[in-house]
Design a protein around this ligand. Structure first.
Ligand code: FES
Ligand code: FES
Length: 150
């Protein structure tokens, strides 16, 4: 079985895994990083959303072989030291989550959006495709706007 070395939340790790094992399985089952959630496994629900080299990905559809020598960031690695990311802080202030299951993915998608566009429009926020069965979309929009001005 091949060995892959990558950086996960700033730490260099090596994993033995089949080339086609999805990154989500590597994170959750091999590394014990459970912030990225499993929802659909086919890139649709976006509960697993994380970042690869700073860009949004859905790790359920990214094979580990595409991650060698790259930087993966999950919700566990979003805060810088003891300081929450502005999106996380806004999420707290707007009291966004209900059940919470989709929220790591929502926050990672929002952080990626603000990296691409510092003042996103309503249309750009609404283009986020992460599914929330609890219907927290209005508060997500408010929190993203708050984070954009912080
Ligand atoms: S579990 Fe990855 S997009 Fe649904
Ligand atoms: S907060 Fe429950 S699915 Fe989004």
């Amino acid at each position: 079985m091949p060995t892959y070395t990558l950086s996960v939340n700033g730490k260099r790790v090596s994993v033995d895994a089949p080339a086609d094992m999805p990154l989500l399985w590597v994170l959750r089952d091999l590394l014990g990083i459970t912030g990225p959630k499993y929802g659909c496994g086919v890139g649709a629900c976006r509960a697993c959303t994380s970042h690869l080299n700073g860009a949004e990905i859905q790790p359920c559809v990214v094979p580990i072989s595409d991650c060698a020598n790259k930087q993966v960031t999950t919700i566990e690695g979003l805060a810088a030291g003891g300081t929450l990311h502005p999106v996380q802080q806004a999420w707290l202030e707007e009291d966004v989550p209900q059940c919470g299951y989709c929220q790591p993915g929502q926050i990672m998608a929002a952080a990626a959006l603000l990296k691409r566009t510092s003042r996103p429009s309503d249309a750009e926020i609404d283009a986020i495709q992460n599914v929330c069965r609890c219907g927290t979309y209005c508060r997500i929009r408010s929190a993203i706007k708050k984070a954009a001005t912080s």
